[in-house]
Design a protein around this ligand. Structure first.
Ligand code: FAD
Ligand code: NAP
Length: 375
């Protein structure tokens, strides 16, 4: 027998205009003996002139932010739907943590937890309270009016959206920029990382020489952080000056365990087949290449928030992050709430993402109830 969940995924659901949708639903309802409540829901939607996949609240993105929002929204009986993506922005459903091994700083796991396992647990918790999770990527949105219009990947050319939603929680995350140096694929997460706070304490880096690439505040912060574990930290800066703020730059340059190598680029990575142990570095002035023995390489050359979908429709900062009102998930568009790394260039941690997902859910819940009350 067809279940309620299956019935919301009828194969023709969004291909038909509203007038024929009623007809299609009647046919399906009779054919598959849908429960009367399901039929009533469908007919109410069609009477309201809503597309088949209209929802009160939809979450785009499936990292710690999206799943925390889902848990809160589902427990508030708002029946959220999450689009978890299909390698969206280069990540499997579950987001950035699916690309790492041990997560040792997420509260509640004194022994640490594998990134993938943590995300599986969060997904199960979202589902437990009734979140509908769809393994598809949203590839186009129209935020110009409400309900917001969404198109699933492969349907961008259609004039009608595949889905609509009164409120949106946007938690599409971000990705650290990498240089993809020769050898990097082999040693990624085996000596090469893009997050010192996440990986710096790992035994392979302890009491070992490490390198950080970048000259901004992140590079300065990460290099200083790494001095707690490393025997020495080399900072490779491609120009003759740092981009970091004066206070951070001073702190970095004065640190006894840090050497800043200006006008220096890394050109390749080397190792013993399982772990990184050296870099080839090149002077941008003379072109001379030398070997630098390091057991760790940390990229700090910036992050790319996944905001291409909403660029030009919502206020972003000059680096492309969604602007939220301080202390909230509210954005420049009413009913559109942003959470996680997509709106946070400062902390970028799983726990802060989860926290902001909670904020987005509470903000959305309040907004929906106020909105319903005034309608
Ligand atoms: P993300 O985790 O980035 O997830 C976003 C998800 O949304 C992705 O699955 C993506 O595919 C999906 N998505 C994007 N666009 C769409 C779309 N259009 N439609 C549908 N889905 C979409 N933090 C820690 O606290 N501790 C650690 O130990 C730690 N280790 C890390 C190790 C690595 C290698 C990396 C890269 C990061 C690490 N972090 C760690 C940082 C942490 O992973 C991030 O801060 C956190 O995952 C951000 O969560 P998020 O929910 O904002 O988004
Ligand atoms: P950023 O300011 O954009 O700096 C990126 C650095 O990486 C620059 O030095 C850049 O060099 C270098 N770089 C970029 N691509 C490179 C490449 N391919 N090869 C070598 N070097 C490369 O990024 P960020 O440091 O992540 O900072 C982002 C924002 O967050 C900034 O506004 C920063 O102030 C803020 N932030 C603040 C704090 C803090 O206040 N504690 C901490 C972290 C971040 P060039 O200079 O030559 O372009």
């Amino acid at each position: 027998m067809i279940t309620l969940e299956q019935s919301t995924h009828l194969p023709c659901e969004y291909k038909y205009p509203v007038h024929s949708y009623s007809f299609v639903i009647s046919m399906y309802s009779r054919l598959f003996r849908l429960p009367s409540t399901t039929r009533r829901t469908f007919h109410t939607l069609s009477a309201l002139n809503m597309p088949a996949n209209h929802r009160k609240v939809t979450i785009i993105g499936s990292g710690p932010a999206g799943h925390t929002a889902a848990i809160y929204l589902a427990r508030a009986n708002l029946e959220p739907t999450m689009f978890e993506g299909m390698m969206a922005n280069g990540f499997a459903p579950g987001g950035q943590l699916t690309t790492t091994t041990d997560v040792e700083n997420f509260p509640g796991f004194p022994e640490g937890v594998l990134g993938g396992e943590l995300m599986d647990k969060l997904r199960a918790q979202s589902e437990r309270f009734g979140t509908e999770i769809i393994t598809e990527t949203i590839s186009k949105v129209d935020l110009s009016s409400r309900p917001f219009k969404l198109w699933r990947e492969g349907n961008e050319e259609e004039s009608e959206p595949t889905d609509t939603s009164d409120a949106l929680v946007f938690s599409t995350g971000a990705s650290a920029k990498r240089m993809f140096l020769p050898g990097e694929d082999k040693y990624w997460q085996n000596g090469i990382s893009a997050c010192a706070v996440c990986d710096g304490a790992v035994p392979i880096f302890r009491k070992k020489p490490l390198a950080v690439i970048g000259g901004g505040d992140s590079a300065a912060e990460e290099a200083i952080y790494l001095t707690k574990y490393a025997s020495h930290v080399y900072v490779l800066v491609r120009r003759d000056q740092l981009r970091a703020s004066k206070v951070m730059a001073d702190r970095l340059l004065k640190h006894p365990k840090v050497t800043v190598l200006f006008n220096t680029q890394a050109t390749s990575t080397h190792g013993d087949g399982s772990l990184l142990n050296a870099l080839t570095i090149k002077s941008t002035i003379s072109g001379e290449e030398t070997k630098l023995d390091v057991n760790g390489l940390f990229y700090a050359i910036g992050h790319e928030p996944a905001t291409a979908l909403v660029k030009g429709q919502i206020e972003l900062d000059n680096e492309g992050y969604i602007l939220t009102q301080p202390g909230s998930s509210l954005t420049s568009i009413e009913g559109f709430f942003a959470a996680g790394d997509v709106q946070d260039k400062r902390y970028r941690q799983a726990i802060t993402s989860a926290g902001s997902g909670c904020m987005a859910a509470l903000d959305a819940e309040r907004w929906l109830s106020e909105h319903e009350a005034t309608e």
